[in-house]
Design a binder for this molecule. Structure first.
Ligand code: ATP
Ligand code: MN
Length: 472
């Protein structure tokens, strides 16, 4: 592997007095003398000092924001403020020019909307590069956590034939001519109707009942037509599935897992997170006082790492919401009246942000609003489901103990009118060595929203897929 010296190492290790070569993109070039150079290895730039009298005019005019250059010179202690070391440039090569008139990412504040339209270049900003470094570290931390805890990383299909999961609207996969009417799917590539996966859970259950503890980590597709700042049409989901786990074990694992991943990332990405926390604080200052969040990003992260999540049943949460001020004053768009309603985002956020002021796990939901595979409680009205709700985001995890009893699962499948033939293999799992088991799904981007303090899910995935948008 070619070992390019990274700016991160130059800034962190002792290079004073050494002659080095460094590559990167020009952030700014001030007074024909100071280049701020960044190579993506860390938040900070390396200041390169140019002696413009010694440099050919043809090169000097090409040191523009966005250009890629190679610099050779000596690292010295900096006399200026703002950095402890700098590079005294000996020679510069222009590797890739950038027209300063046309390069969209100017050294000034850009709106996130503008940056989304330039998603191919937005990684050149401090904010987005920080987010993507954090995204990488979070992904590593997730694999690391499961690996250390003896979970197997499994791969479930992206093209699926099971449409019974009901987790969301699906994208169809077909090679049939879509101009024809009355498509005959027996003529299709797979000989049946297929879709992009909305969840790998059913397949993960099959593998857990043989491997023990498994997890998936892969892309997930939902034709969500809702255009919110929390939903993508293509997102990444982590789905652990554990044999011999009941709902309590499941909640314990989810809590430990989330805290562990956040803690790891916080320690590894301190600079980026401090930067994002400051960014958010400035943004908050422009809001009216009563709408600002009480805690900074760093305080929120520390709080979540150090405090237990609050656990309440759906029925308890329902009572809290029904008796709450905003409900009594008619402030909720969806009033909380009858037991059995699905909580809306405004309800979840009230519970988390106003009432408990910490992450909340709501469990034992009404069977009617949850999927067929969740284990029925003895009351016959609720199921062993749990959602984890986070401040500023709402739901970040959805999980459950699965129904392992064939007769009850059959009843639920029939009651919901789901085609049994489609589920034959899933039902088989209850015939051959069935046992209690549980699992959950964590949306990677929702977790990253929390860790970065970003507001829009489109800004925590490099190339977001949302309704009417598949550019790049
Ligand atoms: P929501 O009510 O927010 O739409 P859901 O109930 O559809 O979520 P699940 O089916 O339980 O969610 O999926 C598990 C997890 O996947 C969610 O807790 C969330 O973190 C994430 N998730 C679900 N849908 C999306 C989406 N469209 N974009 C990004 N993440 C998502
Ligand atoms: Mn959804």
């Amino acid at each position: 592997m070619s070992k390019r010296l990274q700016i991160k190492s130059i800034l962190n290790d002792d290079y004073v007095g050494k002659n080095i070569i460094v590559y990167g993109w020009v952030k700014t070039f001030r007074s024909n003398r100071f280049i701020n150079l960044n190579d993506g290895s860390c938040l900070n730039d390396l200041q390169c000092v140019v002696d413009y009298e010694k440099l050919e005019e043809s090169k000097l005019s090409k040191i523009n924001t966005g250009a890629c250059i190679k610099v050779e010179g000596e690292i010295v202690k900096s006399k200026g403020r703002g950095q402890s070391i700098e590079l005294i440039t000996n020679s510069i090569d222009i590797l890739g020019e950038s027209n300063p008139e046309k390069f969209p990412i100017q050294p000034k504040k850009h709106s996130f909307e503008f940056l989304r339209e330039n998603a191919h270049l937005r990684v050149r900003t401090k904010t987005l590069s920080s987010v993507f470094r954090i995204r990488s570290e979070v992904s590593y931390a997730i694999h690391n956590f499961f690996n250390k805890n003896n979970f197997y990383y499994i791969h479930t299909p992206i093209i699926t034939g099971s449409d019974a999961e009901g987790a969301g609207e699906m994208f169809r996969v077909t090679t049939l001519d879509s101009n024809k009417k009355n498509l005959d799917f027996s003529e299709d590539f797979f000989g049946k109707e297929t879709n992009l996966t909305v969840s790998g859970q059913l397949e993960a259950e099959a593998l857990a009942l043989g491997l023990g503890n498994v997890y998936t980590f892969g892309p997930t597709f939902r034709a969500e037509n809702s255009n919110t700042s929390r939903h993508l049409a293509e997102f990444w989901m982590i789905e652990p599935e554990m044999a011999f786990y009941d709902l309590n074990d499941n909640m314990n694992l989810a809590e430990e897992f989330i805290q562990n991943v956040i803690k790891h990332t916080y320690e590894k990405c301190k600079d980026d997170i401090v930067f994002l926390s400051d960014r958010l604080e400035k943004e908050e200052m422009s809001k009216p006082k009563d709408q600002r969040s009480e805690l900074s990003l760093i305080e929120r992260i520390e709080f979540v790492i150090n405090n237990k999540f609050k656990r309440v049943t759906y029925s308890e949460a329902f009572q809290i919401l029904r008796n709450s001020k905003p409900n009594k004053k008619g402030k909720f768009k969806y009033p909380v009246k009858d037991w059995g309603i699905d909580f809306q985002s405004e309800h979840e956020r009230f519970l988390v942000e106003k009432y408990f002021k910490c992450p909340v796990i709501v469990y034992d939901y009404p069977a009617k609003i949850k999927a067929f595979y969740m284990r029925l409680n003895d009351d016959k009205k609720t199921v062993r489901a749990m959602d984890i709700l986070f401040p500023g985001i709402g739901e970040i995890v959805g999980g459950s103990q699965r129904e392992e009893r064939l007769d009850i699962l059959n009843e639920r499948v029939e009651a919901l009118g789901i085609e049994k033939e489609e589920l034959w293999w899933y039902l088989d799992l209850r015939k051959y060595g069935t046992v209690k088991h549980s699992g959950f799904g964590l949306g990677l981007e929702r977790l990253i929203l929390f860790i970065t303090g970003m507001n829009n899910i489109r800004d925590v995935i490099p190339f977001p897929r949302t309704p009417k948008n598949a550019e790049f």
